[in-house]
Design a protein around this ligand. Structure first.
Ligand code: 3HC
Length: 334
């Protein structure tokens, strides 16, 4: 069902002396922090790696609307419903920015969507977990968007111009996502019943490890990191980003009065970071292979929504064709 690792043509890191003149000029631009723009020369593997990562990022934003959409009609107050509706709408917009960034690399949106719909393309593992109650809306906002923010803030400095600019715009909206999630949990912990407080801890127990998995496998198991870091597509490694997320999240956990489901989680004064337990990578690879709790449901819902939207796309296309014909007639007449 799920594709294996996408082949971007990168077998191993090239030494500068092995590079063509074009590649050396390209790397000189990367070295001095110039942004690579769509019309610039770029190695084919750089382009393929970007299409792979940006499209998976876009797919994640769109599929990520489902777990929260599941609770839109059941939000406890109109204020929570408005916040959640605004967040879901933002995620859709993030997906559009990212599909547009991917299209600057010469790939069509239909092709990207087909890869998603046929299970050839990945989206973030985290969205294959169910959202069982309202506390999950808090955990998703606080932990999932919190993890996404750590990753995306750093990605603002990615070497590809359109991706970097999409990240800058997306990051402006993400902090609201995380804050509204944290505020849901804080309200439940400070004003909720015992049962609601238990719901919060249960939601954290279920989303803690899958949120850590969002950053990808450990660096020594990351098939793309070395080249992506060399091209400054990635600016920090998976493990660096994961550690940043844990270090900033544990103090927030303590303010909630909750715990993480990790007995090995503790501050290490020597390293100045939190030590944490071993992630269950068999669960991660099982989920990205398509065997997570909600993979089938997420994809079926996405395909059905796309099919139901055919008439909207056809109408928009018919209108655009009519507009173009009208403009052409006007031009001839003038
Ligand atoms: N879910 C699914 N697949 C994952 C994954 C995850 N959490 N983490 C890694 N993988 C896949 C990779 O895609 C790669 O497979 P591929 O070669 O077939 O694409 C394989 O596992 C090995 O991982 P690597 O570390 O080699 O892959 P990357 O170098 O691409 O690093 C990444 C993974 C850190 C997720 C990187 O792709 C990245 O930074 N992507 C941009 C950020 C992103 O996509 N975030 C997803 C969440 S978006 C979100 O949460 C929206 C928010 O608003 C809610």
């Amino acid at each position: 069902m799920y594709a294996q690792m996408v082949d971007t043509g990168v077998k191993s890191l090239k030494h500068r002396s092995e590079m063509s003149a074009d590649e050396q000029a390209f790397m000189a631009r990367i070295d001095n922090e110039s942004k690579i723009e769509p019309q610039d020369w770029m190695p084919d593997a750089y382009r393929k790696t970007l299409v792979r990562q940006i499209s998976q990022h876009a797919h994640s934003e769109i599929i990520g609307m489902q777990p929260e959409g599941n609770w839109l009609t059941r939000a406890p107050t109109i204020k929570r419903k408005l916040q959640l509706a605004a967040k879901i709408q933002d995620e859709c917009g993030h997906g559009q920015y990212l599909y547009s960034a991917a299209e600057t690399l010469g790939v069509g949106r239909d092709q990207l969507l087909d890869q998603l719909h046929t299970g050839k393309a990945k989206y973030s593992s985290i969205f294959n977990y169910p959202t069982l109650n309202w506390a999950d809306m808090g955990a998703v906002g606080w932990l999932v968007d919190g993890a996404a923010i750590v990753n995306q803030v750093v990605l603002q400095r990615t070497s590809y111009g359109p991706y970097s600019r999409a990240m800058i715009r997306i990051c402006k909206e993400e902090s609201f996502h995380q804050r509204q999630g944290y505020e849901i949990l804080l309200t439940m912990m400070q004003k909720g019943t015992l049962a609601q407080k238990d719901m919060v801890q249960d939601a954290i127990n279920r989303f803690w490890w899958p949120s850590l998995m969002m950053f990808g496998p450990n660096d020594d198991a990351s098939t793309n990191s070395a080249q992506s870091l060399a091209w400054k597509i990635k600016r920090k490694s998976n493990d660096e980003l994961r550690q940043m997320f844990i270090d900033q999240t544990v103090p927030q956990l303590e303010v909630l009065g909750c715990t993480a489901p990790d007995p090995d989680l503790q501050w290490n004064p020597e390293t100045g970071h939190y030590d944490f337990g071993e992630i269950d990578w068999s669960e991660f690879f099982n989920v990205i292979k398509g065997n997570g709790p909600c993979n089938k449901q997420r994809l079926e819902k996405k395909v059905k929504a796309h099919e139901n939207g055919t008439w909207v796309r056809d109408a928009a296309q018919a209108y655009a064709t009519k507009q173009q014909a009208g403009a052409a007639t006007k031009k001839e007449a003038s």
